[in-house]
Design a binder for this molecule. Structure first.
Ligand SMILES: [Zn+2]
Length: 607
Protein backbone atom coordinates (compact mmCIF):
# COMPACT_ATOMS: atom_id res chain seq x y z
CA UNK A 1 0.00 0.00 0.00
CA UNK A 2 1.27 3.47 -0.80
CA UNK A 3 1.67 6.13 1.83
CA UNK A 4 -1.76 6.52 3.43
CA UNK A 5 -2.72 9.22 5.89
CA UNK A 6 -5.43 8.94 8.51
CA UNK A 7 -5.55 12.64 9.39
CA UNK A 8 -6.37 15.32 6.91
CA UNK A 9 -4.07 18.03 5.67
CA UNK A 10 -5.90 21.28 4.95
CA UNK A 11 -2.82 23.50 5.17
CA UNK A 12 -3.09 24.58 1.55
CA UNK A 13 -6.10 26.63 2.62
CA UNK A 14 -5.02 27.95 6.04
CA UNK A 15 -2.27 26.86 8.43
CA UNK A 16 -4.61 26.63 11.45
CA UNK A 17 -7.48 28.38 13.20
CA UNK A 18 -4.98 31.03 14.39
CA UNK A 19 -3.72 31.77 10.85
CA UNK A 20 -3.80 35.60 10.42
CA UNK A 21 -4.96 34.95 6.82
CA UNK A 22 -8.36 33.98 8.23
CA UNK A 23 -9.02 37.45 9.62
CA UNK A 24 -7.71 39.00 6.39
CA UNK A 25 -10.02 36.79 4.31
CA UNK A 26 -13.02 37.60 6.52
CA UNK A 27 -12.34 41.35 6.15
CA UNK A 28 -12.05 40.99 2.39
CA UNK A 29 -15.28 38.97 2.27
CA UNK A 30 -17.10 41.63 4.28
CA UNK A 31 -15.99 44.29 1.78
CA UNK A 32 -16.95 42.08 -1.17
CA UNK A 33 -20.41 41.45 0.29
CA UNK A 34 -20.94 45.19 0.76
CA UNK A 35 -19.89 45.78 -2.85
CA UNK A 36 -22.25 43.02 -3.97
CA UNK A 37 -25.15 44.67 -2.12
CA UNK A 38 -24.43 47.87 -4.05
CA UNK A 39 -24.22 45.90 -7.29
CA UNK A 40 -27.62 44.29 -6.60
CA UNK A 41 -29.42 47.41 -5.36
CA UNK A 42 -30.62 48.47 -8.85
CA UNK A 43 -32.69 45.26 -9.14
CA UNK A 44 -35.16 46.57 -6.57
CA UNK A 45 -36.57 49.14 -8.97
CA UNK A 46 -37.77 46.81 -11.78
CA UNK A 47 -39.13 44.41 -9.13
CA UNK A 48 -41.19 47.16 -7.55
CA UNK A 49 -42.28 48.57 -10.90
CA UNK A 50 -43.75 45.09 -11.59
CA UNK A 51 -43.84 45.83 -15.35
CA UNK A 52 -41.93 43.53 -17.74
CA UNK A 53 -38.70 44.88 -19.23
CA UNK A 54 -38.85 46.02 -22.84
CA UNK A 55 -36.64 43.96 -25.21
CA UNK A 56 -34.35 46.94 -25.85
CA UNK A 57 -33.58 47.00 -22.10
CA UNK A 58 -32.47 43.33 -22.05
CA UNK A 59 -28.82 43.88 -22.91
CA UNK A 60 -28.25 46.42 -20.16
CA UNK A 61 -29.88 44.27 -17.48
CA UNK A 62 -28.09 41.14 -18.69
CA UNK A 63 -24.77 42.90 -18.20
CA UNK A 64 -25.88 43.85 -14.69
CA UNK A 65 -26.93 40.26 -13.88
CA UNK A 66 -23.66 38.89 -15.30
CA UNK A 67 -21.57 41.18 -13.11
CA UNK A 68 -23.54 40.34 -9.96
CA UNK A 69 -23.52 36.61 -10.74
CA UNK A 70 -19.77 36.47 -11.25
CA UNK A 71 -19.09 38.43 -8.08
CA UNK A 72 -21.49 36.28 -6.08
CA UNK A 73 -19.84 33.08 -7.34
CA UNK A 74 -16.35 34.31 -6.44
CA UNK A 75 -17.43 35.49 -2.97
CA UNK A 76 -19.41 32.30 -2.26
CA UNK A 77 -16.42 30.14 -3.11
CA UNK A 78 -14.11 32.05 -0.77
CA UNK A 79 -16.66 32.02 2.01
CA UNK A 80 -17.20 28.32 1.35
CA UNK A 81 -13.50 27.59 1.74
CA UNK A 82 -13.34 29.46 5.01
CA UNK A 83 -16.44 27.78 6.40
CA UNK A 84 -15.24 24.32 5.41
CA UNK A 85 -11.86 25.02 7.00
CA UNK A 86 -13.32 26.25 10.31
CA UNK A 87 -15.79 23.38 10.58
CA UNK A 88 -13.04 20.89 9.76
CA UNK A 89 -11.02 22.24 12.70
CA UNK A 90 -14.03 22.01 15.01
CA UNK A 91 -14.80 18.44 13.92
CA UNK A 92 -11.36 17.29 14.99
CA UNK A 93 -11.32 19.39 18.18
CA UNK A 94 -14.65 20.81 19.29
CA UNK A 95 -12.84 22.88 21.93
CA UNK A 96 -10.68 24.85 19.51
CA UNK A 97 -11.21 28.39 20.84
CA UNK A 98 -10.45 30.47 17.75
CA UNK A 99 -12.48 28.21 15.47
CA UNK A 100 -15.43 28.45 17.90
CA UNK A 101 -15.16 32.23 17.73
CA UNK A 102 -15.03 32.27 13.94
CA UNK A 103 -18.07 30.05 13.49
CA UNK A 104 -20.78 32.64 14.33
CA UNK A 105 -18.90 35.34 12.39
CA UNK A 106 -18.98 33.17 9.28
CA UNK A 107 -22.68 32.36 9.80
CA UNK A 108 -23.29 36.10 9.95
CA UNK A 109 -21.33 36.64 6.72
CA UNK A 110 -23.40 33.90 5.07
CA UNK A 111 -26.64 35.61 6.12
CA UNK A 112 -25.33 38.98 4.87
CA UNK A 113 -24.38 37.42 1.54
CA UNK A 114 -27.89 36.11 0.97
CA UNK A 115 -29.40 39.42 2.07
CA UNK A 116 -27.10 41.28 -0.34
CA UNK A 117 -28.29 39.27 -3.33
CA UNK A 118 -31.97 39.00 -2.36
CA UNK A 119 -33.05 41.70 -4.84
CA UNK A 120 -31.22 39.88 -7.66
CA UNK A 121 -32.91 36.59 -6.76
CA UNK A 122 -36.38 38.13 -6.70
CA UNK A 123 -35.67 40.00 -9.94
CA UNK A 124 -34.79 36.67 -11.60
CA UNK A 125 -37.90 35.00 -10.21
CA UNK A 126 -40.21 37.72 -11.49
CA UNK A 127 -38.59 38.53 -14.83
CA UNK A 128 -40.53 37.67 -18.01
CA UNK A 129 -39.97 34.34 -19.78
CA UNK A 130 -38.52 36.27 -22.74
CA UNK A 131 -35.88 37.88 -20.56
CA UNK A 132 -34.97 34.51 -18.99
CA UNK A 133 -34.64 32.97 -22.49
CA UNK A 134 -32.17 35.68 -23.37
CA UNK A 135 -30.41 35.17 -20.04
CA UNK A 136 -29.80 31.43 -20.36
CA UNK A 137 -28.47 31.97 -23.91
CA UNK A 138 -25.64 33.98 -22.36
CA UNK A 139 -22.56 31.73 -21.98
CA UNK A 140 -21.76 33.03 -18.48
CA UNK A 141 -25.31 32.72 -17.19
CA UNK A 142 -26.25 29.45 -18.91
CA UNK A 143 -25.34 27.53 -15.74
CA UNK A 144 -28.41 29.09 -14.07
CA UNK A 145 -30.82 27.50 -16.53
CA UNK A 146 -32.00 24.59 -14.37
CA UNK A 147 -32.04 26.47 -11.08
CA UNK A 148 -34.08 29.28 -12.65
CA UNK A 149 -36.49 26.90 -14.35
CA UNK A 150 -36.94 25.12 -11.03
CA UNK A 151 -37.23 28.21 -8.82
CA UNK A 152 -39.57 29.96 -11.21
CA UNK A 153 -42.13 27.21 -10.72
CA UNK A 154 -42.85 29.02 -7.44
CA UNK A 155 -43.66 32.27 -9.22
CA UNK A 156 -47.37 32.09 -8.58
CA UNK A 157 -46.72 31.72 -4.83
CA UNK A 158 -44.66 34.84 -4.42
CA UNK A 159 -45.80 37.64 -2.15
CA UNK A 160 -44.84 41.28 -2.47
CA UNK A 161 -41.21 42.17 -1.93
CA UNK A 162 -42.08 43.84 1.40
CA UNK A 163 -44.02 40.77 2.58
CA UNK A 164 -41.24 38.39 1.55
CA UNK A 165 -38.75 40.44 3.54
CA UNK A 166 -41.08 40.59 6.52
CA UNK A 167 -41.48 36.80 6.61
CA UNK A 168 -37.73 36.20 6.41
CA UNK A 169 -37.09 38.81 9.08
CA UNK A 170 -39.74 37.60 11.53
CA UNK A 171 -38.79 33.94 11.07
CA UNK A 172 -35.45 34.45 12.84
CA UNK A 173 -37.10 34.95 16.23
CA UNK A 174 -40.38 33.27 15.34
CA UNK A 175 -40.14 30.01 13.42
CA UNK A 176 -36.44 29.42 14.09
CA UNK A 177 -36.81 30.32 17.76
CA UNK A 178 -39.00 27.22 18.20
CA UNK A 179 -36.40 25.00 16.56
CA UNK A 180 -33.71 26.49 18.79
CA UNK A 181 -35.81 25.81 21.87
CA UNK A 182 -35.93 22.13 20.94
CA UNK A 183 -32.16 21.99 20.46
CA UNK A 184 -31.70 23.67 23.83
CA UNK A 185 -34.00 21.14 25.52
CA UNK A 186 -32.39 18.10 23.96
CA UNK A 187 -28.94 19.34 24.95
CA UNK A 188 -29.83 19.84 28.61
CA UNK A 189 -32.33 17.06 29.40
CA UNK A 190 -30.97 14.29 31.59
CA UNK A 191 -32.26 10.81 32.14
CA UNK A 192 -31.49 7.94 34.46
CA UNK A 193 -29.96 4.73 33.15
CA UNK A 194 -28.66 2.07 35.54
CA UNK A 195 -29.04 4.48 38.49
CA UNK A 196 -26.78 7.00 36.76
CA UNK A 197 -27.83 10.36 35.36
CA UNK A 198 -26.78 10.76 31.73
CA UNK A 199 -27.43 13.18 28.85
CA UNK A 200 -29.68 12.15 25.98
CA UNK A 201 -26.80 11.61 23.52
CA UNK A 202 -25.16 9.11 25.85
CA UNK A 203 -28.49 7.40 26.51
CA UNK A 204 -29.05 7.15 22.78
CA UNK A 205 -25.72 5.31 22.35
CA UNK A 206 -26.81 2.84 25.03
CA UNK A 207 -29.70 1.82 22.76
CA UNK A 208 -27.17 -0.19 20.77
CA UNK A 209 -25.83 -2.01 23.83
CA UNK A 210 -25.72 -5.83 23.51
CA UNK A 211 -27.38 -5.97 26.96
CA UNK A 212 -31.15 -5.85 26.58
CA UNK A 213 -31.69 -4.56 30.14
CA UNK A 214 -29.48 -1.55 29.42
CA UNK A 215 -31.24 -0.91 26.11
CA UNK A 216 -34.62 -1.04 27.80
CA UNK A 217 -33.53 1.26 30.64
CA UNK A 218 -32.05 3.73 28.17
CA UNK A 219 -35.22 3.78 26.08
CA UNK A 220 -37.50 4.16 29.10
CA UNK A 221 -35.16 6.82 30.54
CA UNK A 222 -35.20 8.87 27.33
CA UNK A 223 -38.97 8.63 27.08
CA UNK A 224 -39.50 9.60 30.75
CA UNK A 225 -37.28 12.65 30.20
CA UNK A 226 -39.34 13.76 27.19
CA UNK A 227 -42.58 12.93 28.97
CA UNK A 228 -41.62 15.53 31.60
CA UNK A 229 -41.48 18.15 28.82
CA UNK A 230 -44.33 16.83 26.70
CA UNK A 231 -46.32 20.10 26.80
CA UNK A 232 -43.30 22.14 25.76
CA UNK A 233 -42.54 19.94 22.75
CA UNK A 234 -46.23 19.93 21.82
CA UNK A 235 -46.08 23.74 21.83
CA UNK A 236 -42.99 23.61 19.58
CA UNK A 237 -44.62 21.26 17.05
CA UNK A 238 -47.84 23.29 17.02
CA UNK A 239 -45.99 26.57 16.50
CA UNK A 240 -43.74 25.25 13.71
CA UNK A 241 -46.57 23.57 11.83
CA UNK A 242 -48.95 26.46 12.48
CA UNK A 243 -46.39 28.85 10.97
CA UNK A 244 -45.95 26.67 7.88
CA UNK A 245 -49.68 26.31 7.34
CA UNK A 246 -50.24 30.05 7.67
CA UNK A 247 -47.44 30.76 5.20
CA UNK A 248 -48.86 28.18 2.77
CA UNK A 249 -52.30 29.78 3.09
CA UNK A 250 -50.90 33.25 2.34
CA UNK A 251 -49.02 31.91 -0.67
CA UNK A 252 -52.13 30.20 -2.05
CA UNK A 253 -53.41 33.40 -3.69
CA UNK A 254 -53.25 31.97 -7.22
CA UNK A 255 -53.85 28.31 -6.56
CA UNK A 256 -54.43 26.29 -3.41
CA UNK A 257 -51.16 24.78 -2.31
CA UNK A 258 -50.99 21.39 -0.65
CA UNK A 259 -48.81 21.09 2.46
CA UNK A 260 -46.57 18.59 0.63
CA UNK A 261 -45.98 20.86 -2.38
CA UNK A 262 -43.08 22.77 -0.85
CA UNK A 263 -41.33 19.61 0.26
CA UNK A 264 -41.70 17.93 -3.16
CA UNK A 265 -40.32 21.05 -4.79
CA UNK A 266 -37.31 21.10 -2.46
CA UNK A 267 -36.79 17.39 -3.15
CA UNK A 268 -37.16 17.96 -6.90
CA UNK A 269 -39.73 15.23 -7.26
CA UNK A 270 -43.34 15.14 -8.41
CA UNK A 271 -46.07 14.38 -5.95
CA UNK A 272 -46.89 11.31 -8.11
CA UNK A 273 -43.36 10.01 -7.46
CA UNK A 274 -43.68 10.45 -3.70
CA UNK A 275 -47.06 8.71 -3.74
CA UNK A 276 -45.81 5.80 -5.88
CA UNK A 277 -42.83 5.28 -3.57
CA UNK A 278 -44.86 5.40 -0.34
CA UNK A 279 -47.67 3.21 -1.68
CA UNK A 280 -45.32 0.57 -3.06
CA UNK A 281 -43.37 0.52 0.19
CA UNK A 282 -46.59 0.10 2.15
CA UNK A 283 -47.66 -2.84 0.00
CA UNK A 284 -44.37 -4.51 0.76
CA UNK A 285 -44.00 -3.54 4.43
CA UNK A 286 -43.81 -7.26 5.25
CA UNK A 287 -40.16 -7.19 4.10
CA UNK A 288 -39.18 -4.87 6.94
CA UNK A 289 -41.37 -6.80 9.38
CA UNK A 290 -39.70 -10.09 8.36
CA UNK A 291 -36.29 -8.52 9.01
CA UNK A 292 -37.36 -7.63 12.56
CA UNK A 293 -38.74 -11.10 13.15
CA UNK A 294 -35.53 -12.75 11.93
CA UNK A 295 -33.46 -10.51 14.19
CA UNK A 296 -35.74 -11.35 17.10
CA UNK A 297 -35.32 -15.04 16.34
CA UNK A 298 -31.51 -14.75 16.45
CA UNK A 299 -31.65 -12.86 19.78
CA UNK A 300 -34.46 -15.10 21.04
CA UNK A 301 -36.69 -12.14 21.86
CA UNK A 302 -39.91 -10.52 20.68
CA UNK A 303 -38.59 -7.17 19.41
CA UNK A 304 -39.65 -4.00 21.23
CA UNK A 305 -38.78 -0.40 20.31
CA UNK A 306 -35.66 -0.61 22.51
CA UNK A 307 -34.32 -3.48 20.38
CA UNK A 308 -34.27 -1.60 17.09
CA UNK A 309 -30.54 -0.85 17.39
CA UNK A 310 -29.51 -4.15 19.00
CA UNK A 311 -26.19 -5.47 17.65
CA UNK A 312 -25.87 -9.01 16.28
CA UNK A 313 -24.84 -11.55 18.92
CA UNK A 314 -21.49 -12.23 17.20
CA UNK A 315 -19.96 -8.80 17.58
CA UNK A 316 -19.03 -9.45 21.23
CA UNK A 317 -17.34 -12.81 20.90
CA UNK A 318 -15.50 -11.86 17.72
CA UNK A 319 -14.20 -8.70 19.34
CA UNK A 320 -10.77 -7.88 17.99
CA UNK A 321 -10.65 -10.67 15.45
CA UNK A 322 -12.79 -8.81 12.92
CA UNK A 323 -10.81 -5.58 13.36
CA UNK A 324 -9.52 -3.82 10.23
CA UNK A 325 -6.66 -1.36 10.07
CA UNK A 326 -7.34 1.86 8.21
CA UNK A 327 -5.04 0.70 5.38
CA UNK A 328 -6.88 -2.62 5.16
CA UNK A 329 -10.19 -0.78 4.99
CA UNK A 330 -8.99 1.46 2.16
CA UNK A 331 -7.60 -1.57 0.35
CA UNK A 332 -10.84 -3.50 0.74
CA UNK A 333 -12.97 -0.56 -0.41
CA UNK A 334 -10.65 0.25 -3.31
CA UNK A 335 -10.79 -3.32 -4.58
CA UNK A 336 -14.59 -3.50 -4.29
CA UNK A 337 -14.92 -0.13 -6.07
CA UNK A 338 -12.37 -1.18 -8.73
CA UNK A 339 -14.30 -4.29 -9.69
CA UNK A 340 -17.06 -1.93 -10.71
CA UNK A 341 -14.94 0.96 -11.99
CA UNK A 342 -11.12 1.09 -11.71
CA UNK A 343 -11.14 4.90 -11.58
CA UNK A 344 -13.40 4.78 -8.54
CA UNK A 345 -10.97 2.40 -6.78
CA UNK A 346 -8.00 4.65 -7.58
CA UNK A 347 -9.96 7.58 -6.26
CA UNK A 348 -10.50 5.90 -2.86
CA UNK A 349 -6.74 5.33 -2.53
CA UNK A 350 -6.00 8.88 -3.65
CA UNK A 351 -8.30 10.33 -0.98
CA UNK A 352 -6.20 8.62 1.71
CA UNK A 353 -2.85 9.39 0.05
CA UNK A 354 -3.57 13.08 -0.25
CA UNK A 355 -4.69 13.43 3.35
CA UNK A 356 -8.30 14.18 2.46
CA UNK A 357 -9.74 11.85 5.11
CA UNK A 358 -9.66 12.43 8.86
CA UNK A 359 -10.44 9.22 10.69
CA UNK A 360 -7.93 8.95 13.55
CA UNK A 361 -9.67 8.74 16.96
CA UNK A 362 -8.74 11.84 19.00
CA UNK A 363 -10.10 13.40 22.21
CA UNK A 364 -12.81 16.12 21.89
CA UNK A 365 -13.72 14.89 18.47
CA UNK A 366 -17.18 15.37 16.96
CA UNK A 367 -19.38 12.28 16.63
CA UNK A 368 -20.77 11.08 13.32
CA UNK A 369 -19.38 11.03 9.81
CA UNK A 370 -19.75 13.34 6.85
CA UNK A 371 -18.33 14.31 3.48
CA UNK A 372 -17.76 17.95 2.67
CA UNK A 373 -15.70 19.84 0.14
CA UNK A 374 -13.66 22.95 -0.39
CA UNK A 375 -15.06 25.17 -3.12
CA UNK A 376 -11.89 26.46 -4.76
CA UNK A 377 -9.99 24.38 -5.73
CA UNK A 378 -12.78 21.83 -5.51
CA UNK A 379 -11.55 19.08 -3.22
CA UNK A 380 -13.65 16.65 -1.17
CA UNK A 381 -12.94 15.86 2.48
CA UNK A 382 -14.19 13.04 4.70
CA UNK A 383 -14.57 13.10 8.45
CA UNK A 384 -15.26 10.02 10.57
CA UNK A 385 -13.81 8.08 13.49
CA UNK A 386 -12.26 4.81 12.38
CA UNK A 387 -11.82 2.18 15.09
CA UNK A 388 -11.65 -0.95 12.97
CA UNK A 389 -15.19 -2.36 13.02
CA UNK A 390 -16.97 -3.61 9.94
CA UNK A 391 -19.47 -0.83 10.51
CA UNK A 392 -16.62 1.69 10.27
CA UNK A 393 -15.55 0.16 6.95
CA UNK A 394 -19.07 0.55 5.61
CA UNK A 395 -19.28 4.15 6.86
CA UNK A 396 -16.00 4.92 5.12
CA UNK A 397 -17.35 3.36 1.91
CA UNK A 398 -20.52 5.44 2.28
CA UNK A 399 -18.58 8.70 2.66
CA UNK A 400 -16.22 7.77 -0.19
CA UNK A 401 -19.31 7.29 -2.34
CA UNK A 402 -20.35 10.88 -1.51
CA UNK A 403 -16.83 12.10 -2.31
CA UNK A 404 -16.90 10.29 -5.66
CA UNK A 405 -20.19 12.01 -6.49
CA UNK A 406 -18.45 15.36 -5.82
CA UNK A 407 -15.44 14.31 -7.81
CA UNK A 408 -17.26 13.38 -11.01
CA UNK A 409 -18.95 16.82 -10.94
CA UNK A 410 -15.67 18.60 -10.45
CA UNK A 411 -15.49 20.32 -13.83
CA UNK A 412 -19.12 21.49 -13.81
CA UNK A 413 -19.98 25.14 -13.14
CA UNK A 414 -21.04 25.80 -9.55
CA UNK A 415 -24.77 26.14 -10.21
CA UNK A 416 -24.87 22.71 -11.85
CA UNK A 417 -23.47 20.96 -8.80
CA UNK A 418 -26.23 21.50 -6.23
CA UNK A 419 -28.30 18.36 -5.84
CA UNK A 420 -31.36 17.87 -3.59
CA UNK A 421 -31.50 15.66 -0.51
CA UNK A 422 -33.39 12.96 -2.42
CA UNK A 423 -30.46 12.50 -4.84
CA UNK A 424 -27.68 13.18 -2.34
CA UNK A 425 -27.56 9.61 -1.02
CA UNK A 426 -27.42 7.89 -4.41
CA UNK A 427 -23.65 7.54 -4.68
CA UNK A 428 -23.06 6.95 -0.98
CA UNK A 429 -25.46 4.03 -0.63
CA UNK A 430 -24.22 2.71 -3.97
CA UNK A 431 -20.62 2.70 -2.65
CA UNK A 432 -21.72 1.07 0.57
CA UNK A 433 -23.63 -1.63 -1.34
CA UNK A 434 -20.58 -2.45 -3.50
CA UNK A 435 -18.47 -2.96 -0.37
CA UNK A 436 -21.14 -4.87 1.53
CA UNK A 437 -21.52 -7.30 -1.37
CA UNK A 438 -17.75 -7.77 -1.50
CA UNK A 439 -17.59 -8.34 2.26
CA UNK A 440 -20.37 -10.90 2.08
CA UNK A 441 -18.55 -12.80 -0.67
CA UNK A 442 -15.32 -12.80 1.33
CA UNK A 443 -16.96 -13.79 4.62
CA UNK A 444 -15.72 -17.22 5.62
CA UNK A 445 -17.71 -17.96 8.77
CA UNK A 446 -21.49 -17.96 9.38
CA UNK A 447 -20.90 -15.33 12.10
CA UNK A 448 -19.29 -12.95 9.62
CA UNK A 449 -22.08 -13.54 7.14
CA UNK A 450 -24.66 -12.95 9.85
CA UNK A 451 -23.13 -9.65 10.89
CA UNK A 452 -23.39 -8.31 7.32
CA UNK A 453 -26.90 -9.65 6.83
CA UNK A 454 -27.78 -8.06 10.20
CA UNK A 455 -26.78 -4.61 8.95
CA UNK A 456 -28.95 -5.15 5.90
CA UNK A 457 -31.88 -6.33 8.00
CA UNK A 458 -31.69 -3.38 10.31
CA UNK A 459 -31.47 -1.00 7.34
CA UNK A 460 -34.56 -2.70 5.88
CA UNK A 461 -36.58 -2.20 9.06
CA UNK A 462 -35.43 1.41 9.47
CA UNK A 463 -36.10 2.44 5.89
CA UNK A 464 -39.22 0.41 5.16
CA UNK A 465 -40.98 0.85 8.52
CA UNK A 466 -39.51 3.54 10.74
CA UNK A 467 -39.02 6.28 8.15
CA UNK A 468 -42.48 5.76 6.59
CA UNK A 469 -44.14 5.79 10.02
CA UNK A 470 -42.59 9.24 10.53
CA UNK A 471 -44.10 10.34 7.23
CA UNK A 472 -47.54 9.03 8.18
CA UNK A 473 -47.30 10.75 11.56
CA UNK A 474 -46.28 14.08 10.08
CA UNK A 475 -49.13 13.99 7.57
CA UNK A 476 -51.63 13.34 10.34
CA UNK A 477 -50.03 16.04 12.49
CA UNK A 478 -50.32 18.68 9.77
CA UNK A 479 -53.90 17.69 9.01
CA UNK A 480 -54.83 17.87 12.70
CA UNK A 481 -53.04 21.22 13.08
CA UNK A 482 -55.19 22.58 10.24
CA UNK A 483 -58.16 22.03 12.54
CA UNK A 484 -56.54 23.52 15.67
CA UNK A 485 -54.02 23.03 18.48
CA UNK A 486 -52.91 19.41 18.89
CA UNK A 487 -52.42 18.44 22.55
CA UNK A 488 -49.66 16.08 23.75
CA UNK A 489 -52.16 13.28 24.35
CA UNK A 490 -53.28 13.34 20.71
CA UNK A 491 -49.69 13.44 19.51
CA UNK A 492 -49.09 10.21 21.45
CA UNK A 493 -52.13 8.49 19.99
CA UNK A 494 -51.24 9.64 16.49
CA UNK A 495 -47.68 8.36 16.83
CA UNK A 496 -48.87 5.03 18.20
CA UNK A 497 -51.31 4.64 15.30
CA UNK A 498 -48.62 5.54 12.76
CA UNK A 499 -46.26 2.91 14.15
CA UNK A 500 -49.03 0.35 14.18
CA UNK A 501 -49.87 1.13 10.56
CA UNK A 502 -46.34 0.17 9.47
CA UNK A 503 -44.95 -2.21 12.11
CA UNK A 504 -48.19 -4.09 12.86
CA UNK A 505 -47.35 -7.12 15.01
CA UNK A 506 -43.59 -7.07 14.37
CA UNK A 507 -43.08 -5.08 17.59
CA UNK A 508 -44.50 -5.73 21.07
CA UNK A 509 -44.83 -1.97 21.81
CA UNK A 510 -44.90 1.25 19.80
CA UNK A 511 -42.88 4.36 20.57
CA UNK A 512 -45.57 6.88 21.41
CA UNK A 513 -43.16 9.62 22.57
CA UNK A 514 -41.23 9.49 19.29
CA UNK A 515 -42.69 12.85 18.20
CA UNK A 516 -40.74 14.40 21.09
CA UNK A 517 -37.58 12.28 21.13
CA UNK A 518 -36.93 12.51 17.38
CA UNK A 519 -35.32 15.83 16.55
CA UNK A 520 -36.47 15.67 12.92
CA UNK A 521 -40.01 16.83 13.67
CA UNK A 522 -38.69 20.03 15.26
CA UNK A 523 -36.39 21.19 12.47
CA UNK A 524 -37.69 24.69 11.79
CA UNK A 525 -36.29 25.06 8.28
CA UNK A 526 -37.57 21.85 6.75
CA UNK A 527 -40.88 20.01 6.90
CA UNK A 528 -41.18 16.34 5.94
CA UNK A 529 -37.49 15.88 6.51
CA UNK A 530 -37.63 12.07 6.61
CA UNK A 531 -38.93 10.56 3.38
CA UNK A 532 -35.86 11.66 1.35
CA UNK A 533 -33.91 9.00 3.28
CA UNK A 534 -36.26 6.28 2.05
CA UNK A 535 -36.07 7.80 -1.41
CA UNK A 536 -32.24 7.80 -1.38
CA UNK A 537 -32.12 4.21 -0.16
CA UNK A 538 -34.58 2.80 -2.71
CA UNK A 539 -33.37 5.05 -5.52
CA UNK A 540 -29.77 3.99 -5.07
CA UNK A 541 -30.74 0.30 -4.91
CA UNK A 542 -32.91 0.81 -8.01
CA UNK A 543 -29.88 2.07 -9.91
CA UNK A 544 -27.70 -0.68 -8.47
CA UNK A 545 -30.31 -3.16 -9.75
CA UNK A 546 -29.54 -2.05 -13.33
CA UNK A 547 -25.81 -2.77 -12.98
CA UNK A 548 -25.83 -6.24 -14.47
CA UNK A 549 -28.43 -5.45 -17.10
CA UNK A 550 -26.26 -2.81 -18.74
CA UNK A 551 -22.95 -4.67 -18.35
CA UNK A 552 -19.88 -2.69 -19.36
CA UNK A 553 -21.99 0.27 -20.50
CA UNK A 554 -23.16 0.83 -16.94
CA UNK A 555 -19.97 2.56 -15.80
CA UNK A 556 -20.33 5.59 -18.02
CA UNK A 557 -24.06 5.57 -17.57
CA UNK A 558 -23.67 5.79 -13.78
CA UNK A 559 -21.09 8.58 -13.97
CA UNK A 560 -23.25 10.61 -16.34
CA UNK A 561 -26.28 10.05 -14.17
CA UNK A 562 -24.42 11.43 -11.13
CA UNK A 563 -23.22 14.41 -13.14
CA UNK A 564 -26.81 15.32 -14.01
CA UNK A 565 -28.11 15.28 -10.41
CA UNK A 566 -27.42 19.03 -10.12
CA UNK A 567 -29.25 20.06 -13.26
CA UNK A 568 -32.37 17.91 -13.53
CA UNK A 569 -35.33 16.73 -11.51
CA UNK A 570 -35.18 13.18 -10.18
CA UNK A 571 -37.72 12.09 -12.79
CA UNK A 572 -35.64 13.58 -15.60
CA UNK A 573 -32.40 11.97 -14.37
CA UNK A 574 -33.92 8.48 -14.43
CA UNK A 575 -35.83 9.00 -17.65
CA UNK A 576 -32.73 10.21 -19.44
CA UNK A 577 -30.23 7.64 -18.20
CA UNK A 578 -32.33 4.56 -17.47
CA UNK A 579 -35.43 5.22 -19.57
CA UNK A 580 -37.65 4.52 -16.59
CA UNK A 581 -40.45 6.41 -14.92
CA UNK A 582 -40.14 6.75 -11.16
CA UNK A 583 -43.77 7.88 -10.97
CA UNK A 584 -44.64 4.24 -11.68
CA UNK A 585 -44.52 1.54 -9.01
CA UNK A 586 -42.31 -0.76 -11.17
CA UNK A 587 -39.16 1.23 -10.49
CA UNK A 588 -39.70 0.98 -6.72
CA UNK A 589 -40.69 -2.68 -6.92
CA UNK A 590 -37.29 -3.50 -8.43
CA UNK A 591 -35.53 -1.80 -5.50
CA UNK A 592 -37.75 -3.56 -2.99
CA UNK A 593 -36.93 -6.89 -4.67
CA UNK A 594 -33.28 -6.30 -3.73
CA UNK A 595 -34.20 -5.60 -0.10
CA UNK A 596 -36.43 -8.68 -0.16
CA UNK A 597 -33.48 -10.86 -1.23
CA UNK A 598 -31.23 -9.37 1.49
CA UNK A 599 -33.86 -10.11 4.14
CA UNK A 600 -34.23 -13.69 2.84
CA UNK A 601 -30.47 -14.04 3.25
CA UNK A 602 -30.82 -12.90 6.88
CA UNK A 603 -33.72 -15.30 7.43
CA UNK A 604 -31.73 -18.25 6.14
CA UNK A 605 -28.84 -17.37 8.47
CA UNK A 606 -31.23 -16.92 11.40
CA UNK A 607 -32.42 -20.54 11.27
ZN1 LIG B 1 -24.81 10.00 3.41
Amino acid sequence: MPNLQQTWDNSRFFTGSDDPQIAATARRLKAEIDALATLCAPFVEPVEAAAPLAPDQFEGWLAQVRAAHQQRTATSKQLGNLRTFISSVLSVDSRDASASEWKPTLQQLGAELSQATKALDIFLLRASDEFIQALVADPVLAELSFSLRHQRQLNDQLLSLAEEKLITGLAVNGLQGWGNLYTELSGTLQCTVGGESVGLAKAFNLLSSPDRTIRSEAWHGVNAAWESRAETVAAILNAINGWRLEETRRRSHHRTLHYLDKSCHQSRIDRATLDAMMETTYQRRAIGQRALKAMGQVLDIQPAPWDLFAPPPTSQSEGQSEGYTFAEAIDLIASAFSQFNPAMGDFAVMMAEKGWIDAQPTPNRATGAYCTSFAEPKEPRIFMTFEGSMNNVLTLAHELGHAWHNWVMQDLPRYKTFYPMTLAETASIFGETLVRDALFEQASTPEQKLSIAWEEGSAASTFLLNIPSRFTFEQKLVEARQRGFVIAGSLKTTMRDSWQHWYEDSLTHYDEMFWASKLHFSIAELGFYNYPYLFGYLFSLGIYAQKDRYGSAFNDLYTNLLRDTGSMTAEEVVQRHLQQDIRQPQFWQASLDIVDRAVSRLESLAL
